[in-house]
Design a binder for this molecule. Structure first.
Ligand SMILES: [Zn+2]
Length: 154
């Protein structure tokens, strides 16, 4: 992991800590963005993948080093589920919720895409997800999906 990426991981771990009651004690920890697993270790590019940016070094640099594009996941969720359509949308929605739609849109607008159609695709996805983000909606969509994957909420 390069030094900027390690710094990003440290920043995200500090920024996204939550307090949970565990065996009768309050503990401060990180939880996996996908299924609430404890102490996740992996950074995952949820909106724009590294593969999408390959061959465009400036774009790749931006994609790997912006917290707006990054989810913190446990290894199992990262390997098994992060790239499925439903969960990808969930992860992006969590970052819209964290950082706001305007900063996410501003970031995508700032990126050096090879084709404007790529930028439009990401902007449309962000707008689409922001429209869907009504309270309780993700519980309806994601809880049954997690059940299908054998994941229980902790
Ligand atoms: Zn997980």
């Amino acid at each position: 992991m390069d030094i900027d990426r390690a710094a990003l991981k440290a920043e995200i771990i500090l920024e996204r800590k939550v307090t949970r009651l565990l065996n009768g004690r309050l503990v401060v920890l990180n939880i996996c963005d996908l299924a609430g697993c404890m102490n996740p270790t992996d950074l995952h590019e949820c909106l724009i993948s590294r593969g999408m940016a390959r061959g465009n070094p400036v774009l790749e640099e931006a994609v790997l080093h912006s917290k707006l594009n990054v989810s913190l996941l446990c290894r199992k969720c990262h390997m098994d589920r992060a790239d499925t359509t439903t969960f990808r949308r969930l992860l992006i929605s969590k970052n819209i919720d964290r950082y706001g739609l305007a900063p996410m849109v501003g970031w995508v607008k700032s990126l050096p895409f090879a084709a404007e159609s790529q930028r439009e695709e990401y902007l449309n996805l962000l707008e689409d997800l922001a429209r869907e983000m009504k309270p309780g909606r993700w519980a309806e969509v994601v809880e049954p999906a997690l059940w299908n994957y054998g994941v229980r909420r902790g």
